[in-house]
Design a protein around this ligand. Structure first.
Ligand SMILES: CC(C)(COP(=O)(O)OP(=O)(O)OC[C@H]1O[C@@H](n2cnc3c(N)ncnc32)[C@H](O)[C@@H]1OP(=O)(O)O)[C@@H](O)C(=O)NCCC(=O)NCCS
Length: 149
């Protein structure tokens, strides 16, 4: 299966919202939030394409702390029929490459503490758990992960 990583644009909004809604229920971003993320100058948004189909997407923002920029993964979603084929890994690798091209040396993210598949994916790729985020997702706790390049 050939997977190509491309930039996402506002023209992909409907499809990306559809995938987001398949991947999350209460925690899903709204269409309006995704629209904002796709157009904000601080965002990097990538899609994975398999032929003409969108087989997942990732959006990160570039944030600032102590005058230093870092990448912040906002959302990563692979539709159920495309999972366990390395697509999330490809999207994360490409996102990290894009961050490095900008001279950014760190990437952070939050994940629900019971999202074992995502936590395994991130740990495999070298992200380290830095701490717990109490009730970050309503009643559910989150974990805060970070990777330095
Ligand atoms: C988590 C998610 C992004 C993984 O996407 P994916 O394309 O299936 O991930 P990959 O194929 O790149 O997986 C890489 C590795 O992560 C781990 N992993 C991924 N999914 C897993 C699962 N369901 N169970 C156990 N390990 C898993 C495995 O180690 C896997 O390697 P392997 O397949 O060789 O064993 C996908 O399941 C998803 O979109 N889930 C819903 C949304 C979500 O939770 N997003 C992340 C929010 S922080």
């Amino acid at each position: 299966m050939d997977v190509n990583i491309e930039n996402a644009t506002i023209k992909h909004l409907d499809k990306l919202f559809d995938i987001e809604a398949q991947c999350f229920d209460q925690e899903a971003f709204t269409k309006r939030q995704i629209s904002y993320l796709l157009t904000d100058y601080n965002s990097i948004a990538l899609i994975a394409k398999v032929n003409a189909d969108i087989a997942g997407f990732i959006i990160a923002q570039v944030d600032l702390e102590d005058n230093t920029e870092y990448g912040h993964i906002i959302t990563l979603n692979i539709p159920p029929n495309y999972r366990r084929q390395g697509i999330a890994t490809k999207l994360l690798n490409e996102m990290e490459a894009r961050l490095k091209q900008r001279g950014i040396m760190e990437c952070r993210l939050e994940v629900r503490e019971d999202n074992h598949s995502a936590i395994k994916l991130y740990h495999n790729l070298g992200y380290q758990t830095m701490g717990k985020l109490e009730k970050y997702y309503g009643k559910k706790h989150g974990l805060y992960l970070k990777k330095s390049f």
